[in-house]
Design a binder for this molecule. Structure first.
Ligand code: ADP
Length: 559
């Protein structure tokens, strides 16, 4: 909204006086232009917006009151040198900043900062160019605001989509950089986004600019006097990840050590053919047998992509809200879930995969896949054209699994009225026994808390990302409380079984970080040492993933 120089926010950053805040804002305006600075003043109604038109100062799926995780202001730099200047300004004023790219990050906190009153740095608004696409090298170099939709459109418009496919997560509105740095996943053979990134340009907490990997080696032929970010990148920056010496890219993921302003991402050459499929399994307790079939197929890369094994209620929720199936507001029973599966002509578990390559290759792979799975009694194999129902999930997945971004998936949050959601995302072995136990432990807790179990197993290279979707009525404080209790309880339960989560919402970061406590918290000590060395004033995303700078008493921030 419109902002006066003298306006004060709903919430000031910690230990920042109103006068210092105003001085900070006026300096920020002179750096990025007044039109790129928004103070979140007390009149700001904190509207949630929509997925495509998302709010920028709080979490649209808030699990506490909307104005708890709220920014004091949002600043949108127009280029790398402005990011550097804003970071230096924050360091001078000791104002915490919270960078984000597209700022969707649904189920994990959206754009909201961990420390109320932090200044959001919105990178996606003005820094959204596809800087390069190389067909020969099969990669793109992008700015933070490039989303799956925008990269896909770019490839279609330039005729390059014929040569190169992207990998997309369930929803296309997220940014390539935001998702990769959060170590998010998609579903093609390039589904592990951090694995497929190559080369970063990063603004450090002191404002300095670093290129990682091969980017550290200057390319000959640069005109003298160019700012570092304008210098021609090394020709192998996007081709070889590791460069020379310690490999640093990992410390810029799920972290608070820098702002990624450019990143390379590998694209998949058009495989020359493609076929999505679905296999349905009739019984809840087929889970263990299915997972034991998945493991060897995935290890041998007969399953070429990142397939998913979805619980019936995830699919049911994409089709209809809960009220369509039942009048009750307690968890559905086994018999009711069987009934829903029958009605939708789906299994209690539904496996969505795809094969890639010319016809003879696909035929061989599909035969092997069918031979393995269809030994499970009652299982059925479908191609997209076999599913004629409206909004068929297999047809939606058929787009997603070939890197065509979509918006259809999030309908499952409408399972309950005012549906908001949290993801609980523990890692499991690809083993029937492990997956079945994790399912049992999490499902029991969901039902005990009064929620339906809604979930999916995403098959990584050697692990399952088990995603439990907790849908709650975000206008109902009692349901929010229960959702938080459920998360905290499942974190404890899972840690007791030796399972940890791969990513989480702001509200749960500390608790999960505390479960990764081998050898007297040696990992956290390492993280804090690096944090304090790179960011002595603790301005960059304090508390992100449980890492607090020395200037914060982390006990005081426990939720
Ligand atoms: P998405 O692009 O999926 O909508 P966000 O832009 O909200 O996701 O990013 C998710 C999280 O990733 C942010 O809250 C922030 O912690 C981190 N992040 C996003 N972009 C950057 C970036 N360019 N540099 C550093 N961290 C980032």
């Amino acid at each position: 909204g419109f902002c006066h120089n003298d306006s004060l926010p709903r919430r000031l950053p910690p230990n920042v006086t109103p006068e210092a805040f105003q001085a900070f804002i006026s300096r920020a305006q002179s750096i990025v232009g007044a039109e790129n600075v928004t103070v979140v003043d007390p009149q700001n109604p904190l509207e949630d917006g929509t997925y495509m038109d998302n709010c920028k100062a709080h979490d649209m799926h808030s699990v506490y009151e909307r104005d708890y995780f709220v920014a004091s202001a949002v600043v949108a730099p127009r280029g790398v040198s402005e990011v550097q200047a804003i970071v230096k300004l924050a360091d001078e004023f000791i104002v915490p900043v919270w960078p984000f790219s597209a700022g969707r990050n649904v189920g994990y906190g959206g754009t909201a900062p961990r420390v109320p009153g932090s200044v959001g740095i919105e990178l996606g608004k003005n820094m959204n160019k596809v800087l390069e696409v190389s067909v020969e090298g099969a990669y793109a170099l992008v700015e933070p605001g490039v989303t799956y939709f925008s990269l896909y459109d770019y490839l279609v418009k330039t005729g390059l989509r014929e040569h190169l496919w992207i990998d997309v997560p369930d929803l296309g509105g997220g940014s390539i950089i935001g998702n990769a740095v959060e170590r998010g996943v998609g579903y093609t053979p390039y589904g592990d986004h951090f694995m497929m990134h190559c080369g970063m340009e990063v603004v450090l907490p002191n404002g300095e600019l670093v290129r990682t990997g091969m980017g550290a080696l200057p390319e000959p032929g640069n005109v003298p006097g160019l700012a570092p970010h304008e210098q021609k990148p090394n020709k192998t920056w996007q081709l070889f990840n590791y460069g020379f010496g310690p490999y640093n890219d990992g410390i810029f993921t799920q972290s608070n050590l820098g702002i990624v302003v450019k990143m390379g991402i590998w694209l998949m050459p058009n495989p020359g053919g493609y076929q999505a499929y679905m296999i349905t399994f009739p019984r809840d307790d087929d889970l263990s047998a299915i997972v034991d079939k998945i493991r060897p197929l995935r290890l041998q890369m007969i399953l070429q992509n990142t397939p998913t094994l979805r619980h019936i209620l995830l699919d049911a929720a994409v089709y209809n809200p809960k009220s369509h199936y039942t009048d009750k507001n307690t968890p559905l029973s086994e018999a009711e879930m069987d009934e829903i599966a029958a009605k939708l002509n789906l299994g209690r578990w539904n496996f969505y995969g795809a094969v890639y390559g010319p016809e003879p290759i696909r035929a061989v792979l599909l035969e092997a896949i069918k031979a393995a799975f269809l030994t499970i009694s009652g299982s059925k194999f479908y191609l997209p054209e076999d599913r004629t129902e409206e909004n068929s999930i297999l047809r939606i997945r058929s787009d997603t699994l070939q890197g065509i971004p979509s918006l259809d998936e999030p309908r499952w949050v409408d399972w309950l009225p005012n549906g908001g959601h949290l993801f609980f995302s523990p890692i499991a072995k690809i083993s029937g026994a492990d997956a079945a136990l994790q399912y049992e432990v999490t499902k029991r807790r969901c039902q005990e808390t009064g929620f339906d179990f809604i979930g999916t197993f995403i098959v990584g290279m050697r692990d399952l990302h088990h995603i439990v979707c907790i849908v709650f009525d975000r206008e109902d404080p009692e349901q929010r409380l229960r959702a938080r209790w459920l998360m905290r309880t499942m974190i404890k339960d899972c840690a007791a079984h030796g399972w940890g989560e791969y990513r989480t919402h702001l509200a749960l970061m500390d608790q999960i970080a505390n479960t990764y406590n081998f050898n007297d918290n040696a990992l956290m000590k390492l993280n804090e040492t690096i944090k304090n060395a790179l960011d002595p004033n603790g301005i960059m995303a304090p508390g992100k993933n449980g890492v607090w700078p020395a200037g914060y008493d982390k006990e005081q921030w426990v939720l």
